[in-house]
Design a protein around this ligand. Structure first.
Ligand SMILES: *Cc1c(COP(=O)(O)O)cnc(C)c1O
Length: 356
């Protein structure tokens, strides 16, 4: 790949002076871009001033949603240095999404280097506020100008950066989630394992209905039997049942979270018993009722670990573990955020330094 061309802005924006920062509302001064053409590959990698795209209305992404994205964060440590968490895993997963959506793959190592360069240029945009970070959004869109269903021959790859506060401004706070038994998010053979925009568009209706009843998230069931637990809106889900950590097995409809993988690795290293298997909603309700369900939490880049205090299913509402933050949930949150912010040792080589 060619060298990255750099064009700096002559009109830097004022940094948002808000505490706590909202999530994903402000964007930094620059973005990374490269283009793709069939026969030519990815070309013209560049860091340029942040700004709008000009796209023809017939552009394929507008009509058939040939689009994928990723989400990760840059963290500022107490000594001022800036770090990423497992960034290569995000670009590897982006390539998994790309293959499913007939989008050309990217070079993982090149993308990590490009991201490091972009974040280093935007270092002053990495927040210093407690628990705030720079949210990173890489994405690829199909740009052929033709209204016909086929794989586009041209694409834009872009990375934008958003200084963002803690996902939950009140800190670690148990969420209430509603188990959805009507809409489904994904099926095996579909696109559930990818981060493609269409998955999220299709999930909004159930989310709005749940919000109307006072629930902040939706817990999805499998699309065939509407029986097995899959995941939450943008988080994987885990349970502690009789001392064992249980999470849905990955079979193509669940998004393989990097936080999920990291948490499972930490649990196994701590000597906990871990099971990746099918979990029926009946098992969840039964163990929540008889007290065998000790803890329940979501995992994802945005919130890292999010305790679940209450669930709703078929009009019935149930508290989990008394409705508070479980002991293991708290311990896992402390461990993972500790590794990310460098207050706990990174013995697995998960963190990548951007700059001092
Ligand atoms: C991004 C995402 C997750 C979490 O993945 P991480 O890599 O841990 O951030 C889980 N489920 C869905 C549907 C997602 O989009």
């Amino acid at each position: 790949m060619e060298n990255i061309r750099i064009e700096l802005t002559s009109a830097p924006k004022a940094k948002p002076n808000i505490d706590p920062l909202p999530f994903g509302k402000y964007f930094s001064d620059h973005m990374f871009l490269m283009n793709y053409e069939e026969g030519k590959g990815w070309f013209d990698p560049r860091i340029v001033p942040y700004g709008p795209f000009s796209l023809d209305p017939s552009c394929m992404v507008f009509h058939y949603a040939q689009e994928i994205f990723e989400g990760l964060k840059a963290y500022r440590r107490a000594d001022g240095s800036i770090w990423l968490f497992r960034p290569a895993d995000n670009f590897r997963r982006m390539n998994d999404s790309a293959r499913r959506m007939c989008i050309p793959e990217v070079d993982v190592d090149f993308c990590v280097e490009a991201l490091k360069k972009l974040v280093a240029i935007e270092r002053d945009w990495v927040p210093t506020q407690e628990a705030a970070s720079l949210y990173i959004r890489p994405f690829i869109i199909a740009t052929d100008c033709t209204v016909g269903v086929h794989a586009s021959k041209t694409y834009i790859f872009c990375i934008i950066l958003s200084p963002s506060g803690n996902y939950y401004p009140e800190g670690l706070d148990p969420v209430k989630i509603a188990i959805e038994d009507e809409d489904v998010r994904a099926v095996r053979g579909g696109t559930g394992f990818t981060k493609c925009g269409g998955n999220y568009a299709a999930s909004i209706r159930a989310g709005e209905r749940a919000a109307g009843r006072g629930y902040s998230q939706v817990l999805w069931l499998d699309g065939v039997h509407r029986k097995y637990i899959e995941e939450v809106g943008s988080m994987n889900i885990m349970f502690k049942i009789d001392g064992t950590v249980v999470t849905p097995v990955l079979q193509g409809s669940v998004l393989p979270g990097i936080t999920r993988r990291s948490i499972l690795e930490v649990c196994r290293d701590w000597g906990l018993s871990v099971e990746e298997r099918l979990i029926s909603v009946d098992e969840v309700i039964e163990t929540a009722e008889n007290g065998h369900m000790e803890e329940m939490w979501g995992t994802g880049t945005a919130a890292v670990v999010s305790p679940v205090g209450q669930i709703e299913y078929e009009g019935k509402s149930l508290k989990i573990g008394g409705g508070g933050i479980g002991e293991l949930t708290q311990k896992l949150y402390d461990e993972l955020t500790g590794i990310q912010w460098g207050t706990r040792p990174d013995t697995r080589g998960w963190t990548v330094k951007v700059c001092d």
